[in-house]
Design a protein around this ligand. Structure first.
Ligand code: ATP
Length: 193
């Protein structure tokens, strides 16, 4: 199985690139942000709890997130004949990174590659402000964007070192056309698959 982590700051293009990658490589897409937004839209208790963190730009607690991830992973694997999974928005903390490796190991699998999309902060902010205008996502406003970027730099970027040590980290320039970025990511995946 091809298990790709797509890694990057809010607004780095993880979702857009994931949509293209799942088609090209026949992968299932697990976006933890989408899972939580779907729970919110359905008005579940989990959705209400998640929104209380998301609307402030904070992370949902690790133990809850790790349970959600494992159950979504098992559902996706059972549901289709995919060749692997794209993890988009997970892991976001060191404990989540450790948990992902353990979860895959238990199932006789491993992370194939971590693709990090590098985008300068000014561009991230501009993209997210524009997305907020278009989609009305309630965490795409200036104050919450700043909080999400802080969380990313403080809690998520330390994961890069972990994956670097394991020889799994591939950093890609995340600026330019969507097609150019997609071909950079594809060449990484072609190498590891
Ligand atoms: P993108 O620009 O790719 O959409 P993003 O970081 O802006 O990335 P999501 O990945 O959709 O957006 O995440 C939105 C929010 O959902 C996060 O700010 C956080 O509150 C919550 N969330 C999503 N994934 C996790 C996770 N793995 N752990 C904790 N909280 C999460």
């Amino acid at each position: 199985m091809l298990n790709i982590v797509i890694f990057g700051a809010p607004g780095s293009g993880k979702g857009t690139q994931s949509e293209n990658l799942i088609k090209k490589y026949n992968l299932a897409h697990i976006s933890t942000g989408d899972v939580l937004r779907a729970e919110k839209a359905a008005g579940t208790e989990l959705g209400k709890l998640a929104d209380s963190f998301m609307s402030k730009g904070q992370l949902i607690p690790d133990d809850l997130m790790i349970d959600i991830l494992a159950s979504v992973f098992d559902q996706k694997i059972k549901a289709g004949d995919c060749k692997g999974v794209i993890f988009d928005g997970f892991p976001r903390t060191i404990p989540q990174g450790v948990a992902l490796s353990e979860m895959l190991e238990k199932r006789g699998q491993a992370i194939s590659a971590v693709v990090s999309l590098d985008v300068p902060e000014e561009e991230l902010i501009e993209r997210l402000i524009n997305r907020g205008k278009q989609t009305g996502r309630n965490d795409d406003n200036y104050e919450t964007i700043k909080a999400r970027l802080d969380v990313y730099y403080n809690q998520t970027t330390p994961l890069k070192e972990l994956f670097e040590k394991e020889g799994k980290l591939y950093s890609i320039e995340g600026v330019g056309s969507v097609e150019d970025i997609f071909s950079r990511i594809s060449s990484v995946i072609d190498k590891v698959k």
